[in-house]
Structure formats: C-alpha cells, structure tokens
Ligand binder design. Structure first.
Ligand SMILES: C[S@@+](CC[C@H](N)C(=O)[O-])C[C@H]1O[C@@H](n2cnc3c(N)ncnc32)[C@H](O)[C@@H]1O
Length: 327
C-alpha cells in the first residue's frame, strides 16, 4: 500500500503507478480514496525504493491485513517475526484517532511492542477504502525531501523558466527510468530534471540550444556533485541527434518565444524532436512531454499515447503532461 500526498488530482496516482511499472509487473488498483494506492507488489525493498523515489509518495508498506471489520484485521494480522518489543506508531489519513488507538493497543498486547509517536522504528498505516480497512507497515517511516535546497532560486544558475524539483521529479518518474539507465532531457535549461534523475541514480544527459544555458545547467549539476553527467549544446528539433541510444526521455518544451527557439514554434520544435528521438529510443520505452495544453503532443506514428495530465498555472496557461510510448 502506498499513501500519497493530496495536492494534485491525477499526478500522484500516475507517478506511483509508473514507478510500480518501472520495477515490476505487479497490478496496481485505483481505490476510492485518491490518496491510497494498492498494488500486488510484495517485495519490501522495491516498495521502499518506490516510496523513496515518489515525489508524491509519503509512505509505502506491506499490507498486513484488510477487512471490513477492524477486529478481524487485528485477529489475523500478518506481521514479520522481527516485529516484537520494537517502537512503533500508527497513522492514518482517513480514519479516526480512536481506530488508530485500537490498532495500537492490539499490536502492543499481541507482540509486546511499544508505542513511540516521536521516533518509531516501525510505522503502521490504516486507511479506509470504501467499506474496507487496510493496514500496512514499513520499517522506513516517512521520508524527508530537501526540496528547498534544490528550488530554482537556490541553485547557482537561475532562469525564470526553471521548474520546481517536485514537478521535475514527477516528470522523471513518469518516464519509467531505472537506476543505471540513460535518461535524456532534450530541452534541459537549468537542469531541473537532470538533477532529480542523477540523484535517483540514472546516467543523465541534457541538451540545450544555447551554449551559455548548457554551461549554466552543468554548473547546477556540479553543485550536487553530479560530475559524471553531461549537457551538450545541440538543436533537439533536428536530425541527427548526437546520441546512439537513450532509455527514457522527459522534458519541458520551450514555449515558443522566438528569442530562445531560433524562431520555431513550440509545435514545430515538438514534432521535429519526436521525429529525431524516435531513432534512439528503444521500443516500449517512454517519452514524457510537458507542454501548454493548447498544443497537441499526440506524437507521430512511431508513438502511442499512454496518458495525459493537466496542471493549471494561471488564466492563460494550463500545462499538459503527455506520456508517450515508442511503438
Ligand atoms: C522551458 S525551458 C526548460 C526549462 C527547464 N525544464 C528548467 O527547469 O530549467 C526550454 C529550454 O529549451 C531550450 N531550447 C529551445 N529550443 C531548443 C532546441 N531546438 N534544442 C534544444 N534546446 C532548445 C531553451 O534554450 C530553454 O533553455
């Protein structure tokens, strides 16, 4: 079970599903509670990795029981042997404190474990999904993200077009890229996406049309000591790209201001790019494009559209995030 933060509509679920797909064939179930994702995944290390990577994921744990009756969950709890006389806490986004308390008491008396709300070694989550309750546990607890240290203004090289690290991370995660694979941002600007992909362990490559921007992006990458990654100056909308193969792509396309795009419109840049990138992206791999919703990113005949999400920015700009898969 994964518990998500609730600030966007479709992105938290889509990100978690993409991460589950990245590592396994496990099924993912949409639930009536939009902040909870249930998956058939049982590998603890993968669950922890997904929870760690997900920008919107607050908790990931193994399901210990589910039923419409709390008493029945408590009676049949499936707990690991290592959970005894340890410190734990019970949390929830959807049920009463009294129910958390009831579960806590039961865990205490069944196993001799101790409640510690400040520094728990184990974290339990109980959530309500329609008529049912689900209980999951994790040794990891909640993670802390240091978004603030990576916000655009805190980096050495700043441009107003830079995006926030949380959104950048979601864009990378939607591309279903794994550790050690080659990730490309073909319109990388200040390297927001490359910083996130590199921190998650991918080999990151960026391209920008402007040499001074490519240099600035590299300065930002180096600030996080990511010196093995690279940014090159090239035109991503024309063939051939100076690359043989990449495993996944995600990007925030330029919004067509003539000064920064050699006079090309966003539509022309996007189409040119999809055409050139199709040669270096293997079949079934993903390309994520963030663009104004006024422009279509259906791709060309070499891509299938997997999903689309929308982010309202202001009256005249709604961003669309389109996920494409190479046929
Ligand atoms: C929307 S910005 C990217 C912002 C980036 N996501 C960030 O957080 O800093 C688009 C970038 O694409 C670059 N660009 C424009 N046309 C390009 C082209 N044909 N090939 C490569 N880069 C291009 C621009 O210089 C600009 O830095």
């Amino acid at each position: 079970m994964f518990v998500l933060s609730g600030e966007e509509l479709t992105l938290p679920f889509a990100e978690t599903r993409a991460l589950i797909e990245t590592y396994s064939n496990a099924e993912t179930t949409a639930t009536p509670n939009s902040r909870v994702v249930i998956s058939s995944l049982r590998d603890t290390a993968l669950i922890e990795r997904i929870a760690e990577r997900g920008a919107y994921c607050r908790f990931g744990g193994l399901v210990a029981g589910r039923s419409i009756k709390i008493e029945s969950i408590i009676k049949n709890l499936d707990l690991p042997k290592s959970f005894s006389q340890q410190k734990f806490a019970v949390r929830s986004n959807s049920v009463d404190r009294s129910i958390c308390g009831e579960l806590g008491q039961a865990l205490k008396s069944k196993t001799g474990a101790l409640v510690d709300l400040e520094n728990p070694e184990w974290l339990f989550h109980i959530e309500q999904l329609g008529p049912e309750y689900v209980v999951a546990y994790s040794r990891r607890g909640y993670k802390e993200f240091s978004w603030k240290a990576r916000r655009p203004r805190a980096r050495r090289f700043f441009l107003p077009s830079a995006i926030y690290p949380k959104l950048a991370r979601v864009l990378v995660n939607l591309s279903r890229v794994k550790e050690g694979e080659i990730f490309l941002d073909p319109f990388c600007g200040t390297a927001s996406l490359l910083i996130e992909s590199s921190l998650m362990g991918m080999e990151s490559i960026g391209i920008d049309l402007k040499r001074w921007i490519a240099r600035g992006g590299l300065l930002n990458l180096k600030e996080f000591r990511l010196e093995f990654d690279s940014i090159m100056r090239a035109d991503s909308s024309s063939k051939p790209l100076p690359l043989n193969r990449v495993d996944a792509i995600s990007t925030d396309v330029p919004y067509g201001r003539a000064s920064s795009t050699l006079g090309k419109t966003t539509g022309q840049i996007l189409n040119g790019f999809l055409d050139s990138i199709a040669d270096v992206l293997p079949q079934q791999r993903h390309c994520v494009v963030m663009h104004p919703d006024s422009i279509s990113a259906e791709g060309n005949s070499k891509f299938d559209k997997v999903e689309e999400h929308f982010l309202y920015v202001h009256r005249s700009l709604t961003r669309a995030i389109t996920v494409l898969r190479r046929k």
